[in-house]
Ligand binder design. Structure first.
Ligand code: TRP
Length: 325
């Protein structure tokens, strides 16, 4: 039997190319070797914002990017956490298996509290990793593709799985993180992280003109002021983009940047073209999906039906081991 991969994202609407490089590409590669489940963590959105007015549209926009990028919903069900009640049920049981002190030590939540200036964290936000553990373990996920920042959450899921198995008998595997191979893409402003909220992102759905304009304004090596000044590719985010989207020319670009032959304007123009070419087929597929909203709805309903069957199987086992019912 194939091992199970559970991948998840919060619905943030249209995705950026950092999501593609950091997550989607990895998911797509895993599609044949493993049984994948693709979760849309819509309840998790509530931990940082109570404004749910855009949640449905954000979900649809994100699914369109997933499918256009190459996720095959027939192989791997796509589903919303909120539509599968077993997530809430398992979360409740799991919440008894971990102390609040343990959750308070979680570095990912600590960072969020600092970055978002949260004064008093809610009970639900503190329990973010407990819900995430339920997401993973309901489907008996063996692997979870994540970035470094999510590793502490997987560790919590492992602890909860162990605790459950020791108390009531073996039901859950101990899930392992599967780290992405390509380091994440920097933002257009030089920030280490590309993010829509930082307004430094190239979207998968951006057209040629948008890509060109955004890249034109991207930060490069601050010491390369005039066209023929020698540059330092290692500090330039455009060079990182070239590495990913233009590997064939990478050596020439590096040499010509260092020697000052290559100026930033033409380097950026070249880079925008390569990015445009790379995402062109995805954008075309995206466009045809956008014009067919019923198809996306059907994909979601079908994925939710399949996910629910698996989730209910696990919950029956859980209730049986615990002697409930
Ligand atoms: N915590 C993840 C994030 O913020 C989203 C998520 C929720 C998730 N449940 C999951 C990821 C289960 C993997 C598996 O990116």
């Amino acid at each position: 039997m194939k091992k199970i991969v559970l991948s998840g994202m919060r619905p943030t609407g249209k995705l950026h190319i950092g999501h593609y490089v950091g997550a989607l590409e990895n998911w797509i590669q895993l599609q044949d070797e493993f049984q994948n489940y693709h979760l849309i963590a819509d309840y998790h959105v509530l931990t940082t914002s109570l404004d749910t007015s855009r949640i449905y549209q954000d979900t649809i926009d994100m699914i369109i990017d997933w499918i256009a990028s190459g996720i095959d919903p027939q192989k791997s069900p796509i589903f919303r956490q909120s539509q599968i009640k077993q997530h809430a049920e398992l979360h409740l049981i799991f919440s008894m298996l971990i102390t609040s002190a343990r959750l308070e030590r979680n570095p990912t939540v600590k960072d969020q509290v600092r970055d978002l200036n949260i004064e008093n964290i809610t009970y639900g936000h503190l329990g973010y990793p407990v819900l995430q553990a339920a997401d993973i373990l309901l489907y008996k996920g063996n692997y979870v593709p994540v970035g470094e920042d999510q590793v502490p959450h997987i560790e919590i899921a492992r602890e909860i799985a162990r605790r459950f198995n020791m108390t009531w008998g073996e039901v859950f595997p101990e899930p392992e993180p599967k780290l992405t191979n390509f380091a994440r893409l920097p933002g257009l402003d030089g920030n280490a992280k590309m993010s829509k909220s930082l307004n430094n992102a190239l979207l998968i759905s951006d057209n040629d003109e948008e890509i060109k304009n955004k890249l034109r304004k991207a930060v490069t090596d601050p010491q390369k002021i005039r066209k023929n000044d020698p540059g330092r590719p290692e500090v330039c985010l455009v060079f990182t983009y070239h590495k990913k989207f233009n590997p064939r020319e990478i050596e020439t670009i590096e040499k010509d940047c260092r020697s000052g032959v290559l100026g930033c304007v033409s380097c950026k123009l070249n880079c925008s073209e390569k990015i445009s070419d790379f995402f062109k087929p995805i954008r075309e597929k995206r466009f045809s999906l956008e014009t067919n909203p019923n198809l996306i709805k059907e994909i979601l309903l079908d994925g939710e039906k399949r996910a629910r069957t698996k989730a209910e199987e696990t919950m029956s086992e859980v209730r049986e081991k615990m002697k409930f019912g």
